[in-house]
Design a protein around this ligand. Structure first.
Ligand code: SF4
Length: 219
């Protein structure tokens, strides 16, 4: 089974509790106005890899290391339902095989009601979900969410135990919202920026003589 992946990173500490594996899938058909991850929108065959290879990377990057969870984002993970299902099956198998206690959190831009109608089986494989489209006109109010319409939905017993305290947690309750990484000629960030953060970053880099040739928050 192939899956289209934009990037993967470990450790991610700004999208869910603790130190996490972050997986961003490639391709999003939703197109929320103001999305800061527009580089993930395009369907791109060159981003395809096997689910087995992605799972192998997850195992290898966390060898002999404790970690707390896996966050799957995008892009729109539910635009690849079969690949997402295979990935979740692999993660669940690994979790029980390793006797580990990591949780699985997934983002989606689809409404919760749509996911419950069309993807019940996928939801059964998750511990927590942050659904609903990003709405630029709604403020950033809650931890790990981009706009105030996006709930944190607890789906499993593990999810309820681990995430209950974060359901109403305010956006500023974590010490940082964004991580930045350098990867060859590319600098990329993960997390939930506040409105204007990326424009401020761009302006501040420009003042220091660094101009971005392409950015993910506009096309
Ligand atoms: S915010 Fe998420 S769902 Fe909305 S366009 Fe961006 S990647 Fe797609």
């Amino acid at each position: 089974m192939k899956i289209a992946v934009n990037k993967a990173h470990f450790p991610v500490t700004v999208l869910g509790p603790g130190r996490r594996i972050g997986i961003w899938l490639q391709g999003c058909s939703i197109g929320c106005k103001g999305c800061v991850s527009q580089d993930t929108w395009k369907t791109d065959p060159s981003r395809q890899m096997t689910v087995a290879r992605l799972l192998g990377w997850c195992r290898q990057i966390t060898t002999d290391m404790d970690f707390d969870g896996v966050t799957i984002s995008g892009g729109e993970p539910f635009d690849q339902p079969q690949a997402l299902s295979a990935l979740l099956d692999g993660l669940l198998h690994w979790r029980s095989d390793r006797g580990a206690d990591f949780d699985i959190l997934c983002y989606s831009g689809y409404p919760l009601a749509t996911l419950q109608q069309r993807h019940r089986r996928l939801l059964d494989k998750l511990d927590a979900l942050i659904p609903e489209p990003f709405v630029e006109a709604r403020p950033l109010t809650h931890l790990w969410r981009g706009s105030s319409n996006q709930p944190l939905v607890l789906l499993s017993e593990r999810g309820k135990k681990r995430y209950a305290e974060y359901v109403d947690a305010p956006a500023d309750s974590a010490d940082k919202r964004i991580q930045a990484m350098a990867d060859g000629e590319r600098i990329w960030y993960v997390g939930i920026p506040a409105r204007g953060d990326m424009a401020a970053l761009e302006a501040s880099c420009k003042e220091r003589g660094i101009e971005f040739s392409a950015v993910s928050w506009r096309q």
